[in-house]
Ligand binder design. Structure first.
Ligand code: HEC
Length: 134
C-alpha cells in the first residue's frame, strides 16, 4: 500500500514535470508565430543583393526566412501600411528600443551602407508580398 502510494506520487510528479516542460518549451516558442515563410526562387539583382546583406546581418535574430527567432520578431507581419520603409531604415541605423514585443532592444546594425539598407528594404518587401499571396 505504502509502495503503491509512492509509485503513484512518482508517476504524478513525472506527468506534472512533463506538462511543465511542455509549457515552458511552448512559451519559448511563443515568440515564433509559427509562420511558414517561402522565399521565391527568382529574385531581382537588387533583391538578391538585399538577401545577401540580410542573411549576414539580420537573419541571426529575425530568422533565415524572416520567420523570427527567440532573439527577434518575424518581419513578415511588419506590413508597409503600418510600418513604412523609413521604420526599417531607422531600426537598422539607430536600433529599436523594445516596444512591440519582449525580445529586448535591437542594437544599431554596424558597418552597413545606405545602399545596402535600401537593398534590404526591397528584399523584405518582396518576401512580405510573396508570402501575403500564398
Ligand atoms: C542581435 C539581434 C538583431 C539583429 C542582428 C537585428 N535585429 Fe532587428 N530587431 C531585434 C529586436 C530584439 C527587435 C525588437 C525591438 C523592439 O521591440 O522594437 C528588432 C526590431 C526590428 C524591426 C522593427 C522596428 C520597429 O520599429 O518596430 C525591424 C524593421 C528590424 N528589427 C529590422 C532589422 C534588420 C533589417 C536587420 C539587419 C540589417 C536587423 N533588424 C538586425 C533584433 C535584431
Amino acid at each position: 500500500m505504502a509502495l503503491e502510494y509512492r509509485v503513484g506520487i512518482l508517476a504524478a510528479l513525472i506527468i506534472a514535470g512533463g506538462i511543465a516542460t511542455a509549457a515552458i518549451s511552448h512559451a519559448h516558442e511563443g515568440h515564433d508565430l509559427g509562420i511558414k515563410v517561402q522565399i521565391p526562387l527568382i529574385l531581382t539583382p537588387v533583391e538578391k543583393a538585399g538577401k545577401e546583406v540580410y542573411d549576414a546581418k539580420c537573419a541571426a535574430c529575425h530568422g533565415k526566412k524572416m520567420e523570427g527567432t527567440h532573439k527577434g520578431p518575424s518581419l513578415i507581419p511588419y506590413d508597409r501600411a503600418h510600418h513604412p520603409d523609413g521604420y526599417i531604415a531607422r531600426a537598422i541605423r539607430y536600433g529599436s528600443k523594445q516596444h512591440h514585443w519582449n525580445f529586448g532592444d535591437m542594437a544599431p546594425v554596424e558597418g552597413i551602407t545606405e545602399e545596402e539598407i535600401g537593398n534590404i528594404i526591397t528584399y523584405v518587401r518582396e518576401i512580405q508580398a510573396f508570402n501575403a499571396e500564398l
